[in-house]
Design a protein around this ligand. Structure first.
Ligand code: ADP
Ligand code: MG
Length: 733
């Protein structure tokens, strides 16, 4: 009988990196600067296709966040089509980010029929707005209650690009009534809100600041698995993670994978991935092995948050395509393998001004430093107030397996500042206003408490256990999951900080109105904040049991059940914050939660079904076959040896036969209980109760069943085992 596992292993052994002859990328001698953004309709390139005055109007509107005039869209569309067709494109698509995760596209050809004659066409209308058949995208009830239609609408702030023969147009996706049905819409709103608030606060320090933007530098972690082995694991195929599998004897104990030499076949994949990403305008720069075997990371240079997020989603889809060409499958799941590290997507976030100042970096003069402290402390306040919401923004059925495990950020949001910045805040807290801020005879300000410019940005002062860490000139939100749309986390952070900055401004202004000098007013409010947000600061070991207890005492959100964490979106203060900043309405928040709970349920339902199938149809038959073999052997031994000899000869066999029996029974009982629990969960009438039932009653049974299946994997004859084992999945490349 052929064993699918061995077939897969045989196939995987023949998978090699494509030779130089087969890969255009690998033999290309072009320099990066020659092909970077070749497939993007950049501003530079637009000049070749669109009249100067039209572009001036377009850029002015885009840069100032104004709606583009339809007439302008019409002219731009003509240039866009020309460029795309010059590059061999035949189709275009609106490219959007529905709440399912990932991206959605529907291709249309660049032509229409007029009186039976084919004419090439791409109208301003087609660029501006489309009405995809939206009924299958999740809306969390929004469309049922209002209108069934959904629109995708051009986001001119993110350039269009080519993928193969298709022109991709980044778009927002909204309901007929204007409610957001995607991640991009609220992300753009949140950036606008943050920029407005930050500009208001910047005005205390520098009147030249006209525009503020938020930056994002993501670090995408992922696993690669050989395609043949992947195809032999129904759980990877259907759920993106292994639902069972005994830990390999060697995994990541030796720490020999992190930053190790990149295996040749993987490097060939990375090169082609980078080539494609760079052509699409994604400035990817960093690549390395991650901690777990077969785990890797890629990171670009940071960009404005909307563009960076588009680029991340684009890279995620390029990865999947390129991986297939190399006979790999890329796993973006947060926890594809138990017992080794999971994958995250650290989001490096900062805010910068049109004058070139990074508001989260220490500056060159006392004003810039007071500004830095102001923004730093306001971020701390926002994260403190909304620590539960920020956790909700990164929570999902898949990230749940990563959070709280010992190699991933803990399920409690706290902020790591490092020794030097902590010392500055401690000094400010205890200084008097006169000590802290000295204005000399020439009306120059001096910060009397700390010489901030001399703060060494010590990169080694890092805390890998912190979910939200200050790293010298930015915050690194480390809890975001590898499969997530970063938009969810970024929009929550942007909105929370925006609200906080406006509040800060109100408090400072009211002190100034009461006659306090500006610097003193700023200092007093900052000091107050330093005191109130203290509970969020934690530089210790986020994995320790003591921290869990301490965090609870500090009043930080310690909830670990994902369906319950989602409640954070609907707390009165959250709704108020999102409405005040114009980022999400109450109806949108409700719809988002519905989608989140619904997705959670569907994912767990699928996982539970797949696990049932795996253990009943793969594990138990193999176990039974091996047990039968042992039983036959026992009988045969009895015929040849004396009773006395048999007792010692068969001791191990008896024991294994019994173990197989026990584990098999436990699995059968477990599957029955799990199925019953699933049915019970499905009978709940609302998505939240269903999700809670899946979390509380189905998930634990899945873990129990897995334990028995993994135990059987260790016992059963290797040749009879049909599912590729961890050692094969993790060490084949
Ligand atoms: P790490 O050492 O944290 O793994 P990486 O080099 O992998 O660092 O990634 C760091 C990311 O942070 C990159 O995307 C980089 O462009 C980004 N980054 C650097 N400075 C800033 C900044 N000021 N704001 C936002 N992102 C930044
Ligand atoms: Mg990194």
């Amino acid at each position: 009988m052929s064993n699918i596992r061995f077939e897969a292993i045989k196939l995987s052994m023949n998978h090699r990196a494509p030779g130089v002859q087969e890969s255009a990328t690998l033999c290309s001698e072009e320099k990066v600067k020659d092909y970077f953004a070749r497939d993007v309709f950049t501003r530079e390139r637009m000049k070749e296709y669109i009249a100067e005055e039209v572009l001036a109007a377009l850029f002015d509107d885009v840069d100032n966040g104004r709606t583009i005039h339809r007439e302008i869209a019409g002219i731009v569309a003509i240039g866009m089509r020309k460029w795309a067709m010059d590059r061999g494109a035949t189709h275009f698509t609106h490219w959007f980010q529905p709440l399912t995760g990932g991206t959605a596209e529907k291709h249309d050809a660049f032509f229409t029929l007029k009186d039976g004659t084919l004419i090439e066409e791409f109208s301003g209308e087609a660029l501006y707005q489309q009405e995809p058949d939206a009924s299958s995208f999740p809306s969390g009830g929004i469309r049922n209650t209002f209108e069934a239609r959904g629109y995708s609408a051009w986001d001119p702030s993110s350039p269009v690009f080519l993928i193969g023969d298709t022109l991709c147009i980044p778009t927002v996706f909204v309901a007929y009534t204007g409610e957001a049905l995607d991640y991009k819409t609220p992300l753009i709103r949140s950036t606008a809100s943050l920029c407005h608030a930050a500009r208001e606060v910047c005005a205390y320090f520098d009147k030249q600041v006209k525009h503020v933007h938020a930056n994002l530098g993501w670090e995408q972690e992922y696993f690669l698995v050989d395609e043949a082995l992947y195809n032999a694991r129904p759980d990877l195929l259907l759920t993106g993670r292994t639902l069972m599998g005994h830990l390999s004897a060697k995994n990541q104990q030796l720490g020999d994978h992190y930053f190790g030499a990149i295996p040749a076949r993987v490097l060939a994949f990375m090169r082609e991935l980078e080539y494609e990403a760079l052509r699409a305008g994604v400035p990817v720069r960093t690549r390395h092995n991650e901690v777990a075997p077969n785990q890797f990371e890629m990171a670009p240079v940071y960009e404005n948050v909307n563009l960076a997020n588009d680029h991340n989603l684009l890279v995620m889809s390029i990865m999947e395509r390129v991986a297939q060409r190399h006979h790999f499958r890329v796993l973006l799941h947060e926890k594809p393998f138990a017992g080794v590290n999971g994958s995250g997507k650290h989001c490096n976030w900062s805010i910068g001004t049109n004058t070139g100042i990074n508001l989260l970096a220490p500056g060159k003069n006392p004003y810039q430093n007071l500004q830095f402290i102001t923004f730093l402390v306001n971020v701390l306040m926002a994260v403190y107030k909304y620590n539960g919401l920020l956790k909700a923004s990164i929570a999902s059925a898949t990230n749940e397996h990563r959070l709280g495990a010992n190699e991933a950020p803990p399920a409690i949001i706290s902020v790591f500042l490092g020794k030097q910045i902590s010392a500055v805040l401690d000094k400010l807290e205890h200084a008097s206003a006169d000590e802290a801020i000295v204005i000399n005879a020439k009306k120059e300000m001096k910060l009397g408490v700390a010489n901030i410019p001399e703060i060494l940005l010590d990169n080694t002062d890092r805390n890998r256990t912190s979910p939200f860490a200050f790293t010298g000139n930015r915050f690194e939100f480390r809890a975001v999951g590898s499969s997530a749309n970063c938009g969810a986390a970024m929009l929550a952070l942007n909105a929370a900080v925006a609200e906080q900055l406006l509040l800060f401004k109100q408090e400072v202004d009211s002190r100034i109105e009461q006659g306090q000098p500006k610097e003193r007013a700023l200092f007093e409010v900052i000091r107050q904040y330093i005191v109130s947000c203290k509970p969020i600061r934690f530089d210790g070991n986020g994995y320790s049991e003591e921290w869990k207890a301490e965090a609870a005492r500090r009043g930080l959100n310690c909830e670990t059940s994902v369906p319950v964490i989602f409640d954070q979106y609907l707390l009165p203060e959250t709704v108020k914050m999102f409405e005040a900043t114009g980022v999400l309405s109450e109806a949108e928040l409700h719809s988002r939660c519905e989608v989140k709970w619904g997705t959670y349920n569907k994912k767990l339902q699928i996982e539970s079904r797949v696990l049932g199938d795996l253990v009943l149809n793969h594990v138990l038959p193999a176990a039974k076959r091996y047990q039968t073999m042992l039983l036959q052997n026992v009988l045969a031994v009895k015929q040849v040896f004396t009773a006395e000899e048999v007792a010692t000869l068969n001791a191990r066999d008896y024991d294994i036969i019994r173990q197989i029996e026990n584990h098999s029974c436990a699995i059968l009982e477990g599957v029955e209980a799990m199925t019953e629990a699933r049915h019970k969960a499905n009978r709940q009438t609302d998505e939240r109760s269903k999700a809670v039932a899946y979390h509380d009653c189905v998930l634990p049974l899945m873990a129990q069943i897995r334990e028995h299946a993994d135990a059987l994997e260790l016992i059963v004859d290797d040749e009879m085992w049909t599912l590729p084992k961890y050692r094969e999945l993790l060490f084949t490349h």
